[in-house]
Design a protein around this ligand. Structure first.
Ligand code: SF4
Length: 448
């Protein structure tokens, strides 16, 4: 192959995949390859696929097919990532225009194929970061040891592998030095961090938060995503409440609200423990914002079990909740389970869940009206009258999943400004920049 000069990278799937793509981009650009937005201009096209559920696989295949159809002579088409870890041969057979197939974690091999020496230009062995505007994802671990019967991730990614604390501290400092105002901690299960390094179950993350907080200072927001319910310990809650930079926000995917379904999912199933830790979170941080996600239509889910989920979500009142229909995934225990739920029933349940949740989310958002929150500005623009507006996020919204805050006034992207909240929708908040007001962040973000 003639040494490529340009590349085009397409990423499917979750923020963890984005982190991997960011790592590959750093490798390639360190080797002097130039990214191009138009795939037709690229010497090499790389697709980082997602294999989590059938819909993600279908999206990945569609992206590959589109790029394969447009491929011109002399271009190299490479597919890699989760889906090809599982179905590499099938992808190659279905799209012969694909030149090379790689699995998960083979970014250095991709770089070598494109004639970049990864060792010579990259001093950090793991790909652990991705930058989104003023925020950066910091992947603290990869892989998972949990036995969830619907999930193929452990088969794709393997068991838990925590990034060493020293590496994470170094990366966190580098990112903040480069201007990041927020570090979003991700992993398949962030609360498992350190267990493979010999730490007691659930004990590693509080210590890591302290290290990171000390390294980047209280002004940098630290946000926790993907907590595992049984690992939200009193120690973790105390640490979150104590450290000023850790925002009072927790994403804890619960998957269901029926103990019987949770048992079949092989998830922590004692809901009374979930109620207890949510209570503890709200006592320690009254302003805490909770995100979760649920799966409806898991094999055997009865109408009564679905009603239990609705009742659970009403009782807890999550600020943000995602709802997915169960997707049958080869190589999982649930794949062969009897009583698969028909697609139309799954869709109808998801719709009922979302109607209920939209009302709850709107109610939770309305409690911020009349308060002043610190806004991390991501973009600027004008309203229909030509007046300046800014858009961004407060501690209440994680990047890319939770909606935005829009405010009249001026500020620069990356700046943090106080915003008086005047109105709330189901997902977004609206207000005005309060120049001269006090910008307060994290748990001190709220003026009553
Ligand atoms: S904890 Fe998450 S990543 Fe791990 S097996 Fe369960 S659903 Fe999959």
């Amino acid at each position: 192959m003639v040494a490529p000069q340009t590349y085009h990278l397409v990423t499917l799937g979750c923020p963890k995949n984005d982190v991997d793509s960011s790592h590959l981009a750093r490798l390639l650009e360190g080797g002097a390859l130039v990214p191009v937005a138009d795939p037709r201009e690229a010497d090499a096209i790389i697709v980082n696929t997602c294999g989590f559920i059938e819909q993600s696989q279908a999206q990945s295949m569609e992206a590959i097919r589109t790029l394969a159809a447009q491929k011109r002579e002399g271009q190299t088409l490479i597919v890699a990532g989760c889906m090809t870890q599982l179905y590499g041969r099938e992808v190659k057979e279905a799209t012969p225009a694909v030149d090379h197939v790689f699995g998960v974690g083979q970014w250095q091999e991709v770089a070598r194929l494109l004639q970049v020496d990864p060792g010579a230009i990259y001093d950090i062995p793991e790909g652990n970061v991705r930058v989104v505007g003023p925020s950066a994802y910091l992947k603290i671990s990869d892989g998972c040891d949990a036995p969830c019967t619907f999930c193929v991730i452990p088969k794709i990614k393997g068991g838990l592998r925590s990034a060493p604390a020293g590496l994470l501290v170094k990366e966190a400092q580098r990112l903040v030095g480069a201007g990041a105002k927020e570090l979003v901690l991700v992993g398949q299960d962030t609360t498992a961090w350190g267990e493979d390094l010999g730490m007691r179950v659930g004990s590693g993350l509080p210590g890591l938060l302290r290290l990171l907080s000390e390294a980047v200072g209280p002004e940098t927001w630290l946000r926790l995503m993907y907590a595992y319910p049984s690992r939200v310990t009193p120690e973790l809650i105390e640490t979150m409440a104590e450290l000023p930079g850790v925002v009072p926000y927790l994403d804890v995917p619960l998957q269901h609200g029926s103990e019987a379904v949770l048992r079949r999912m092989k998830r922590p199933h004692q809901l009374e423990r979930v109620y207890r830790f949510i209570d503890e979170l709200r006592k320690a941080m009254p302003e805490v914002v909770l995100r979760t996600s649920f799966i409806v239509g898991f094999p055997g889910e009865t109408e009564a079990e679905f009603e239990e989920l609705l009742a659970f979500a009403r009782a807890v009142e999550f600020d943000h909740a995602g709802c997915f229909t169960y997707s049958r995934q080869q190589w999982t225990d649930a794949y062969g389970m009897d009583e698969q739920v028909p697609e139309e029933v799954k869709a109808e349940r998801r719709e009922r869940f979302m109607v209920q949740q939209q009302a709850i989310s709107a109610r939770r958002a309305a409690r911020f009206v009349g308060r002043t929150l610190e806004l991390l500005v991501e973009g600027t623009g004008e309203d229909e009258d030509g007046a300046p507006v800014v858009a961004g996020r407060t501690y209440r919204e994680a990047p890319e999943v939770d909606g935005l805050v829009f405010a009249r006034g001026r500020a620069r992207p990356g700046e943090r400004v106080p915003v008086a909240i005047e109105d709330a929708g189901e997902y977004d908040l609206f207000g005005r920049v309060v120049r001269g007001g006090r910008g307060r962040g994290g748990r001190k973000a709220i003026s009553p």
